[in-house]
Design a protein around this ligand. Structure first.
Ligand SMILES: Cc1cc2nc3c(=O)[nH]c(=O)nc-3n(C[C@H](O)[C@H](O)[C@H](O)COP(=O)(O)OP(=O)(O)OC[C@H]3O[C@@H](n4cnc5c(N)ncnc54)[C@H](O)[C@@H]3O)c2cc1C
Length: 507
């Protein structure tokens, strides 16, 4: 690896900023397209986040790949990238680097189950394709020089040029030239325009085209601290405010502490605007009201409250983890980006946990009624024993206003019914989430409406964007790395091929 300080200022066809999954892929693709490529990484080594993925095993893709696994402000554009570079292309790309891939229930991992091996093959790939890897190269500024003629004398290139106005501050006429109408491909800038990259150590580097692949803001210790957003803004891009995603949620209930450490299968449902459904909360239960005055059994349920779909805005099922601060686990992770977005808009949200999602309302009613028919000579605790984890049952019992030790025969029957209801709608007030440090990805970033199908900027021709820096995020399960490979490959290949074409035209 060459430290930036040790090489002379130079010019490259393509400079890729960010040595993460997307940047390394982009650099290899650009080099394979025939370009002379530099990859600039601010850290001492590339791929630090990659080493953490899949608990060190790197879940690098998924056979079950569909647009609904992603979220973006331009889903059609995101989907078109994934159509052109999907799971098969990912496997083929890694095969070309010598990596063997195995599949477990659709989830793709390296055969070695080591993220370090994925990083190794990418690093060897960079070397093999002749990519100049510059580490400790923190890019502070990328400027577009519309008047710079790369095809001219080298002395002109190496001389310090008069900087023209940055693209985001150009006159309206210039700006319009850089902004094709939505839907059009970005007009190629040919050889008359290029970029200068300024590093925080004072060095600078020239490139005909630039791929920005600086990641988002998740896990900032790995290098992606949001500085890529600043670079994109400098070049005229709009950044949709990022929020943490694939992260655990914080909740306000005191009983979180009592539940900490429990894992249980279930469904998490998110509701907005509590006022709309106040009458349907477990406390106001109409569950199992019986024609015999609720004295025993439940012969004629009127309106079972576990018709849980009403007003629910999102739901996910799987293993839920309960923590001191709230709720976690894969289903919560999947919901967290959407939840954080709504919280950032000032929405009031609550989550409800359903520990019996496999039961239709009628079947659950039957189950509860069956148990109610045998509510004799036991404590409340023993009456409910066998249904759920002790800690969950204890919270449901106390929340219904009963104590574990009291005699079930003397207990208020409405409250007993409420316990059954809480097993399906245990409420949590969502107050926020763990911060970016603990998030796996960001929701937000550079708007997908501002790139064309080759991921070339509509704001600044010759600039390409890839990876998590863009406003595309995926579910847990290999989808985010799939996006990094796909967008990195398409952007890098397009940048390399275009620069090669421009060179041929001028040569
Ligand atoms: C703990 C954890 C586990 C995960 N597990 C999985 C998983 O199993 N499967 C999956 O699909 N996804 C997983 N993800 C998400 C996935 O890792 C990311 O979506 C993906 O790595 C993003 O790739 P990227 O190249 O866009 O950004 P990054 O990997 O963040 O890379 C960006 C790079 O740019 C560099 N950089 C930033 N700014 C500058 C600058 N100004 N100048 C120079 N360099 C700069 C950074 O140092 C960094 O190396 C996980 C994430 C985390 C945090």
């Amino acid at each position: 690896m060459t430290s930036w300080k040790t090489i002379p200022a130079d010019r490259y066809d393509v400079a890729v900023v960010g040595g993460g999954a997307a940047g390394m892929t982009a650099a290899i693709a650009a080099a394979r397209a025939g370009a002379r490529v530099a990859l600039l990484e601010r850290g001492e080594r590339p791929g630090r986040k990659l080493l953490m993925t899949g608990n060190g095993k790197c879940n690098l893709g998924n056979r079950d790949l569909k647009p609904s696994d992603y979220y973006s402000d331009d889903m059609a554009m995101a989907a078109s990238v994934l159509e052109r570079f999907g799971t098969e292309e990912t496997i083929a790309f890694f095969a070309s680097l010598g990596l063997m891939v195995r599949e477990r229930r659709g989830y793709l991992y390296p055969q070695s189950e080591q993220a370090a091996v994925v990083l190794d093959v990418l690093r060897y790939g960079l070397e093999q394709e002749g990519v100049k890897l510059l580490t400790q190269a923190m890019v502070r500024e990328v400027s577009c020089f519309p008047g710079l003629a790369y095809s001219g004398a080298a002395s002109q290139r190496n001389a310090s040029p008069q900087r023209t106005t940055p693209s985001h501050a150009r006159s309206e006429d210039q700006d319009i030239a850089c902004r094709p109408r939505s839907g059009q491909e970005t007009t190629d800038h040919g050889s008359g325009q290029g970029y200068i990259l300024r590093l925080d150590n004072g060095s600078q580097l020239w490139a005909g085209r630039v791929v920005l692949a600086c990641g988002g803001q998740a896990a900032p210790k790995t290098g992606s601290d949001g500085s890529g957003y600043a670079l994109a803004r400098l070049l005229g891009h709009q950044v949709i405010a990022p929020v943490p995603s694939l992260v655990q949620l914080h909740c306000g209930e005191k009983y979180c502490k009592a539940l900490a450490g429990v894992r249980a299968e279930g469904t998490v449902r998110i509701y907005a605007d509590e006022s709309q459904r106040r009458n349907q909360m477990p406390g106001g239960s109409s569950y199992c009201q019986s024609s015999n005055g609720g004295q025993k059994g439940c012969a004629a349920p009127i309106r079972p409250i576990w018709n849980v779909g009403d007003n629910c805005i999102m739901e996910e099922s799987g293993e839920i983890q309960l923590t001191e601060r709230g709720i976690s686990g894969i289903p919560v992770f999947q919901l967290s980006g959407g939840v954080n977005q709504l919280l950032a808009q000032g929405k009031k949200l609550r989550a409800e946990l359903d520990f019996f999602p496999q039961y239709e309302a009628a079947a659950y009613e039957q189950l509860c009624c069956g148990r109610m028919d045998h509510a004799d000579s036991k404590t409340v605790e023993t009456f409910f024993t066998g249904m759920l984890h002790k800690k969950i049952m204890g919270v449901c019992i106390r929340q219904a206003g009963l104590s574990l030790e009291q005699d079930v025969a003397g207990a208020d029957r409405q409250k007993l019914r409420q316990v059954f209801a809480l097993c399906r709608r245990l409420p949590f007030t969502v107050t926020g989430s763990h911060p970016f440090d603990s998030a796996q990805v960001c929701r937000g970033g550079v708007s997908m409406r501002e790139v064309d199908s080759q991921l070339q900027s509509r704001r600044s021709p010759g600039l390409y964007l890839a990876g998590e820096l863009l406003h595309v995020d995926g579910r847990c399960g290999g989808y985010n790395l799939q996006w990094a490979w796909a967008s990195g490959y398409i952007a890098g290949n397009a940048a390399g091929a275009a620069e090669k074409r421009a060179a041929l035209n001028t040569g």
